[in-house]
Write a protein that binds this ligand. Structure first.
Ligand SMILES: [Zn+2]
Length: 147
């Protein structure tokens, strides 16, 4: 799922549940919604073939997430934002690897999967272009709940 949807899911959890239980549930929510159909491509080669689309979706996603973050801060919901980042945090491993491989061409650095990363990767079974529609509907529901 997108950064926006993970962020909103965490914010909703923080809105509805007290701390500290909201934090592990937000982390766990990452894997639940990653197992739903969402935007993406199954294979790295397919992602590279549709690189322009992937970059456009990622740019829009990051922009929307920044706008939502500013909105949460301005509404004095900083804690919801932090729990939202906890919900997103498992994807930081992909960001780390992307930066190493794409920006610094560091293929020689170890990127071996641990058990969590193996599990995280294995649940991405329903990454499809049409999954973007599921993401839009999901984001709308989460934004309604969080607002
Ligand atoms: Zn993920």
């Amino acid at each position: 799922m997108t950064l926006t949807n993970h962020l909103c899911t965490g914010a909703v959890i923080a809105k509805l549940l007290p701390l500290p239980i909201a934090i592990p549930l937000a982390f766990a929510s990452h894997f639940v919604i990653d197992s739903l159909p969402h935007f993406g491509f199954q294979e790295l080669e397919t992602t590279q073939q549709h690189w322009k689309l992937w970059k456009q979706v990622t740019f829009i996603d990051v922009t929307v997430a920044i706008v939502i973050s500013i909105w949460l801060i301005s509404a004095h919901h900083f804690l919801w934002l932090l729990v939202g980042f906890v919900a997103y945090s498992p994807d930081l491993v992909w960001v780390y690897r992307f930066i190493l491989k794409e920006k610094f061409n560091k293929d020689q650095l170890p990127t071996k999967n641990n058990r969590l990363t193996e599990f995280h990767s294995s649940i991405q079974k329903y990454e499809r272009v049409w999954g973007g529609l599921i993401e839009l509907a999901y984001a709308a529901v989460m934004l309604i709940i969080v607002s």
